[in-house]
Design a protein around this ligand. Structure first.
Ligand code: TTP
Ligand code: MG
Length: 242
């Protein structure tokens, strides 16, 4: 049965080590398919932790995480992860061709799909400008590419797996705002009927999210759309005004 990508958190508390304070406290939200959820908040607020519970890299101490109304505990972990596309701030690249970097872990993907994913990730153009195009060999950790170019390769890879749930963890931080906007527009198209999480530090990255969760010290302190949050005159507005 295909995963639609409906993500629900019910009173989730997460503690990494017994002596530490909880990294997440009583987190509740519902992210139905088709929605883009934005996560913002200062460093250490718990944004990455939220997304790591969806993939079951960690288990909550209290509460439950559901995908399509079923506890993530009840999924085969490989099946679950196969449907979740993760793009990390520090993109993970291999010393092989750009093409293989995009297709990584996905043996069935065609050249056409690779190129289509790269176009959506706004990577096609710079790839074509490299002497060997998609066959260009990347050095260790993607040497030879800028930070923003590496991020776009990582985004193309995530698109290629055709995810039901997509997590961009600060994944466009090194990309200029105009390019970021184009990527987000393309992702919105790709992720129709599925669920996206966008973690960002700059508010401009989240403007178009359907719901933004503002985190502080492991708690959701505000939630709403960009416009609603600006009217709130709370933490989001203060970040905006900086
Ligand atoms: P994060 O969830 O990593 O916070 P963040 O993603 O909001 O921060 P940043 O903007 O810097 O990326 O961390 C929340 C707390 O949990 C923090 O005290 C660090 C701790 N933590 C661990 O102990 N182990 C982990 O694997 C992670 C991800 C976080
Ligand atoms: Mg983080």
């Amino acid at each position: 049965e295909p995963i639609k990508g409906h993500v629900t958190f019910n009173h989730v508390t997460l503690t990494y080590t017994k002596d530490d304070d909880s990294a997440l406290k009583d987190i509740c939200f519902d992210a139905p398919p088709g929605k883009v959820i934005g996560l913002i908040g200062s460093t250490g607020a718990g944004k990455t932790s939220i997304t790591q519970l969806i993939t079951r890299f960690y288990e909550p101490e209290i509460g439950e995480v559901l995908v399509d109304n079923r506890s993530v505990k009840d999924y085969n972990i490989k099946t679950l992860r196969k449907h979740i596309g993760f793009v990390l701030q520090e993109p993970f690249l291999f010393s092989t061709t750009i093409k293989e970097n995009i297709a990584y872990g996905n043996p069935d993907v065609t050249d056409h799909q690779i190129m289509d994913a790269a176009k959506r990730a706004q990577a096609h153009e710079f790839i074509m400008n490299l002497p060997n195009g998609y066959e260009t060999m990347l050095g260790e950790r993607g040497m030879g590419l800028s930070g923003g170019q590496k991020q776009r390769i990582a985004i193309a890879r995530a698109i290629c797996i055709n995810p039901s749930i997509l997590v961009l963890d600060d994944a466009t931080s090194a990309v200029d705002m105009e390019t970021e906007f184009k990527i987000q527009k393309a992702l919105k198209e790709v992720m129709q009927g599925r669920t996206s999480f966008i973690i960002a530090h700059r508010i401009s990255s989240l403007k178009h999210a359907d719901e933004i969760l503002v985190l502080d010290e492991g708690q959701i302190v505000e939630r709403g759309t960009h416009d609603e949050l600006l009217n709130n005159d709370g933490q989001y507005k203060r970040i905006y005004d900086i």
